[in-house]
Design a protein around this ligand. Structure first.
Ligand code: PLP
Length: 444
């Protein structure tokens, strides 16, 4: 690699980010005190503010017991409302359209209760063949729940031959051909495996024009790329908060339901006492009175000690702002790409993430032509203090996160790959068709 380490330090001095607001894990050994953490797309790092905020919520319980519901500084009954406005700003929604609750797959199910309603010839659920397995299992079980054969009901869109990623055009072509059969289009905004960013507004418009409901799994998009869910007319969306949103393992996720669906009595919905309007909740009537907002999709009273870390993180995103984060993200990921382009030639390594920055977030996925992805990431970690993420059999994912990653982290990735992966006599001849990594689903 010809780019010197000093160039990384020069760039970090000029474009420092917000690393000082986070705990970065120490490296086990080697020449650098901290790890180069490129796995924020899997589990984000802990903001320094989180611990004190969490302890403050615990203290309210210690001091107030049950009275904390109303008397805690951040009263528990309306606690979720503290998260609503920053979550809405993060995804480009109205405050009435977003709520933080449950975890992602649970939320996808609750939303599909309302928005997957197969009828007549319109029965299919369309996902991408490289969908995250949890989403695959969720949609298959929804098909079975409706008495349908998941093999015939779930359509998995594959990239065209010779391509590693599903292009927006592939989805539009499918909709043009088969849109009349689609009940629900449920894609990842940023694909977890390839890092590809779909054209969410174009696909949403085409899906809705074809008469389908369009939902988005934004697990890898929220906090990674700018979103405008309201203006894009998305029907519904859900995301988790432990990846780019740095809210801790298993953190509560977020939900978006477009306001045109609010208060629609024809939509089936599962309910509990948090689905009824707050003003009369404690009248404990036998019949609910759901508000005409996304809060009607809530069911249970939320786990307060899990809300605190999400609140802390959303406040951080609010103070920095997605536009500034995206700008830094483009610079940082662009530089990682340049460095990878220095080390991949001659090595069995191929960047499969789209080269166009407009078609990706911060993650770059590298396919390794020989050996196992798990083995490589272990060596990167133990020999170089580089934390990346393996997706067997052959993908290693690197995510320079604009809040806390550095140019030096990117430099360490390339340096470690150069040291770990030998130059091969016969290198991979560029792209090859991806293999399906998920259950052997049906594909049309
Ligand atoms: C991370 C991720 C999940 C995880 O689901 P949980 O219900 O939060 O465990 C689901 N779908 C996608 C696309 C993901 O990236």
């Amino acid at each position: 690699m010809h780019t010197p380490e000093s160039e990384a330090h020069r760039r970090d001095a000029a474009d420092p980010g917000h690393r000082h607001l986070f705990h970065v894990p120490p490296a086990e050994g080697g020449r650098h005190p901290d790890v180069a953490y490129l796995a924020g797309n899997s589990l984000g790092l802990q903001p320094r503010a989180t611990r004190d905020e969490l302890v403050a919520d615990l203290d309210a319980w210690r001091r107030l017991g049950v009275e904390g519901h109303l008397e805690a500084e951040r009263a528990w009954l309306p606690y979720h409302e503290l998260l609503t406005a920053p979550a809405a700003r993060l995804v480009g929604a109205l405050p009435t359209e977003t709520v933080v609750m449950n975890s992602l797959t649970v939320n996808l199910h609750l939303l599909m209760v309302s928005f997957y309603r197969p009828a007549g010839e319109r029965t299919t659920i369309v996902i991408e063949d490289s969908a995250f397995p949890s989403d695959s299992y969720a949609v298959r079980s929804q098909a079975r729940f409706h008495g349908l054969d998941p093999g015939a009901t779930v359509v998995r869109l594959k990239p065209r031959p010779g391509s590693d990623t599903l292009g927006t055009q592939d989805v539009l072509d499918y909709l043009a051909r088969e849109g009349h059969t689609v009940a629900l289009l449920l894609l990842g905004g940023v694909n977890y495996l390839t890092g590809e960013l779909m054209d969410i507004p174009a696909i949403t418009a085409a899906g809705r024009a074809a008469g389908a409901v369009v939902g988005w799994d934004l697990a890898h998009a929220a906090g990674n790329v700018p979103l405008a869910l309201h203006d894009w007319d998305v029907d519904f969306a859900a995301w988790c908060s432990y990846k780019y949103l740095n809210s801790g393992p298993g953190a509560l996720g977020g939900v978006f339901v477009h306001e045109r669906h609010h208060g629609d009595p024809s939509l089936p919905r599962f309910e509990g006492w948090w689905s009824t309007e707050a003003a009369t909740r404690f009248e404990m009537t036998p019949v609910s009175r759901p508000p005409a907002t996304v809060e009607a999709w809530q069911i249970s009273n939320p786990p307060i000690f899990a809300m605190g870390p999400v609140r802390t993180s959303l406040e951080l995103f609010d103070s920095v702002g997605m536009p500034a984060l995206r700008e830094r993200s483009l610079r940082l990921t662009g530089w990682l790409e340049e460095l990878l382009d220095e080390v991949t030639p001659g090595r069995p390594l191929t960047v499969v993430t789209p080269r166009d920055p407009a078609r990706r977030g911060c993650q770059l996925s590298v396919r390794i032509g020989t050996g196992s992805a798990n083995e490589l990431t272990k060596r990167l970690r133990h020999e170089h203090g580089v934390i990346a993420d393996a997706r067997e059999p052959d993908i290693v994912r690197f995510a320079p996160v604009p809040l806390y990653s550095t140019y030096h982290d990117c430099w360490r990735v390339a340096d470690a790959l150069a040291a770990t992966v030998p130059v091969s006599a016969r290198s991979e001849p560029g792209l090859r068709a991806p293999q399906s990594r998920t259950e052997g689903g049906h594909s049309r």
